[in-house]
Design a protein around this ligand. Structure first.
Ligand SMILES: [Zn+2]
Length: 473
């Protein structure tokens, strides 16, 4: 009697597991995406001198042509910037950028670095380079977004274009000594903003001398010049030495305890030093692939699945913070949660990605949702699930085995390809497991099984399952 109850329980468990629900696996793949991990300089000292001389020469030109908008007789406060990077209108990602480096406030070098917030999110080099701008990189899928013009550089403040170049190649991966594509804009107070690394041929049709408004399109984030991937280098001078008068004065747009260059912020709304954010929550048909620079990523993004498909659920984060958690949900069409879990973040990364995969879990046709909540913000990504093609032998109704009872060999009769088989004994222990996804399984050798009752779990290549009881004699 007791053994019958145990058998019934085992069978019930086996039958339950033969449905589409599966044990959630809450350990993700993925990790840090380290932008410019080698800290290569955006500009060499010589190139910076070139930038400043370009600015001087163009001020001279515009002055001669009586087109220079700035006049030192007009005393106005410095501008307040909007964010100089924005996603293309209608882009589906929640956000498209991260920050790798701020301005290095410490003039000593090498390895003597301090940003405005007294942190070390900046760099210098042995040659004496102190990072003088803010590096804002595309994230996620930086090359795909560059190739599709998805991340735009906009004027942080209104002003006059002093100079621009956009004819140079834009797939740099290293300190290659080439010059960047750029737009330099002078504001009403004489300060100048430097926008560097633009995509080739992407710049505004306006030319030197033309005025731009706040938020006006300047170009597409690219990787021209010394660069390891698409990013904007944004550098600001409050004053430019001209004709022996004045000097070049670098400013750090961020106000902070360790900003020794200027006391006030140059932002309309200064963003937090660490700005944790979900840049995207996406579904994929396979893991995302990040090839070596400068090859475009294979995103494997997909929003349409069959009930039997393997779905990859991914999140792409900016500034993930150690000790914080992100809540994740897979929601059925009726908004009930198939799975809901908290994922603990155990490191600080400027950018990171994490993904989980489930097969046949989204087993109801309709619009499902993949939802992530982090730092007070919820991002919801809808995806569609349709029924797998209905076939005569759905759920392996016509699949059988023979002979039963068996002696040495079990033959499987099925019109579907059986890719997995598992033999389980009456105590629930797995005795044998076979996985032959390519050729399929037609026979199973049972000669080394001891006599008795077993369960055979079969699974087709479309993830349909069936359990058949058999006796070994
Ligand atoms: Zn830079």
């Amino acid at each position: 009697m007791k053994s019958k109850i145990i058998l019934f329980l085992i069978l019930s468990i086996l039958l339950m597991s033969s449905g589409n629900a599966q044990t959630p696996n809450f350990t993700p793949d993925g990790g840090e995406f380290a932008f410019n991990a080698k800290n290569i300089p955006c500009l060499t000292d010589k190139q910076r001198e070139g930038v400043l001389n370009d600015i001087r020469n163009n001020i001279q030109q515009l002055k001669l042509q009586k087109k220079l908008s700035y006049s030192k007789n007009n005393v106005v406060p410095h501008p307040l910037f909007i964010w100089p990077v924005k996603k293309k209108d209608g882009h589906e990602y929640n956000d498209v950028w991260g920050i790798s480096n701020y301005v290095d406030q410490n003039a000593a070098y090498p390895n003597q670095i301090q940003d405005y917030n007294c942190g070390t999110r900046t760099y210098d080099t042995t040659s004496g380079y102190n990072h003088a701008g803010i590096d804002i990189f595309n994230w996620p899928f930086q090359w795909k977004m560059m190739d599709n013009d998805e991340v735009e550089i906009v004027a942080a403040a209104p002003g006059q274009i002093l100079a621009k170049v956009d004819s140079r190649t834009d797939r740099s991966c290293s300190l290659n000594g080439t010059n960047w594509n750029f737009v330099y804009v002078q504001h009403a107070d004489g300060s100048v903003a430097v926008y560097g690394h633009l995509k080739q041929f992407s710049s505004t049709t306006k030319v030197a001398g033309d005025m731009v408004e706040e938020g006006e399109y300047l170009g597409v984030v690219g990787s021209s010049g010394n660069s390891t991937g698409p990013h904007l280098h944004f550098e600001v001078y409050s004053e430019i030495e001209w004709n022996g008068v004045g000097q070049d004065v670098l400013v750090d747009p961020y106000a902070g305890t360790c900003n020794s260059m200027n006391s006030d912020t140059w932002w309309q709304n200064q963003k937090p030093y660490n700005n944790p954010n979900i840049n995207a929550a996406l579904t994929h048909s396979a893991p995302p692939v990040f090839p070596a620079c400068p090859t475009q990523e294979t995103t494997n993004e997909s929003n349409d699945f069959l009930t039997t498909d393997t779905i990859y659920f991914a999140i792409y984060l900016r500034d993930q913070e150690v000790g914080t958690t992100i809540n994740l949900k897979i929601l059925r069409p009726n908004n009930t949660a198939l799975y809901s879990w908290d994922f603990a973040l155990n490191a600080n990364y400027n950018s990171s990605y994490w993904y989980w995969n489930y097969t046949g879990a989204a087993n109801i046709p309709g619009e499902w949702k993949w939802q992530a909540t982090y730092n007070g913000q919820t991002v919801t990504h809808p995806f569609n699930v349709t029924n797998a093609l209905s076939v005569e032998d759905n759920f392996l109704k016509n699949t059988s085995i023979f002979p039963n009872p068996t002696n040495d060999l079990i033959n499987i009769s099925s019109i579907k390809k059986i890719s997995k088989a598992e033999i389980i004994n009456v105590t629930g222990k797995s005795i044998k497991y076979i996985h032959q996804p390519t050729q399929g399984i037609k026979t199973i050798n049972t000669s080394n099984l001891s006599n008795g009752l077993y369960f055979l779990m079969l699974e087709s290549d479309a993830y349909e399952k069936k359990i058949i009881k058999f006796i070994k004699e």
